[in-house]
Design a protein around this ligand. Structure first.
Ligand SMILES: [Fe+2]
Length: 300
């Protein structure tokens, strides 16, 4: 946490020496741009006649000045205008950065998100930063985080290895939400020698009781090689497209598969994954070639 004055000094010092490109990556792209990433697909086995628009919001990383509650509210207004049948939130609501003038409390970002509206509801999963910033949850090694509670309090359903069946025009489909794959930090104080996940893919998919298509929400795309073809579409965030992306390549991606699942629509063995570039920043407030985005997927 730094003071506003310290922050202005960082900004001032940065601008004094930065080239115009640096200024763009630091101030313009992360703060001023918002684009819509639109995909249309008919996955194998999709129910004929089921036309479904999914609007997805990922990686807000609420903190000031980069992602204030006010900015989240304006993103939600834009998301509502996109006319989704269903809206999904893909995790990482918590900041994940030190270069901030103020942290935005979970009660503030969740209140902003409560403006989201969709006929078939708003459905959320958690991300690694939501777990990492909750010391009690780290100590407990499971259960729920302050993020889970904040979302539930504003009426947004949170999926922690859970699947539910929804219907549009009498045709069913499933939303399955995975708990985070990097939830538990390693460390002596937590009595853990390695990073631990709380995801249970088999247990989540076992709740599906009919042949209706499944949409899987999984914060990190790294689960994708294990996702069976029975799942029509996996929706992920987490990578921010690397935050820096040149001509379809991201040099630094927080994934054990490197660039493979960094961004966009990926098809492997007829299985579909869409990775959102997200909206906020983590580690450093820089974006280049991956402007903040809301994802719209038209299925059917
Ligand atoms: Fe993440």
């Amino acid at each position: 946490m730094i003071t506003r004055r310290g922050f202005m000094q960082v900004i001032g010092g940065g601008f004094a020496s930065a080239v115009a490109l640096g200024g763009y990556a630091f101030a313009v792209e992360p703060l001023a741009r918002l684009r819509i990433a639109h995909y249309s697909l008919t996955p194998p086995g999709w129910t004929p006649g089921l036309k479904l628009r999914v609007v997805a919001i990922a990686d807000l990383h609420a903190c000031e000045p980069w992602m204030s509650a006010r900015r989240i509210a304006s993103i939600c207004t834009r998301a509502n205008e996109l006319g989704g049948d269903v809206t999904v939130l893909l995790g990482d609501y918590a900041s994940g950065m030190n270069l901030v003038t103020r942290y935005v409390h979970s009660s503030e970002w969740s209140k902003a998100l409560s403006a989201l509206e969709a006929p078939l509801g708003v459905h959320a999963v958690m991300g690694n930063h939501d777990w990492w910033e909750d010391r009690t949850a780290q100590k407990n090694g499971g259960g729920e985080t302050f993020g889970h509670r904040a979302l539930v309090e504003v009426g947004i359903s949170v999926y922690s290895n859970r699947a539910i069946r929804l219907e549009k025009d009498g045709l069913g489909f499933w939303i399955a939400g995975l708990e985070d794959q990097l939830a538990l930090l390693p460390g002596k104080k937590w009595k853990r020698s390695a990073m631990g996940g709380l995801d249970d893919l088999d247990g989540t998919l076992a709740q599906v009781t009919d042949e209706a298509p499944i949409i899987l929400l999984a914060h990190e795309p790294d689960i994708f090689p294990k996702v069976p073809a029975r799942v029509s579409l996996t929706l992920s965030g987490h990578t921010h497209g690397g935050q820096v992306r040149f001509i379809g390549h991201s040099p630094v991606v927080p994934s054990r598969f490197g660039d493979r699942y960094a961004y966009g629509h990926i098809v492997e063995e007829e299985r579909n994954l869409i990775v959102s570039g997200g909206l906020g920043c983590s580690i450093a407030p820089i974006r280049f070639g991956v402007p903040p985005e809301i994802v719209v997927v038209d299925l059917g």
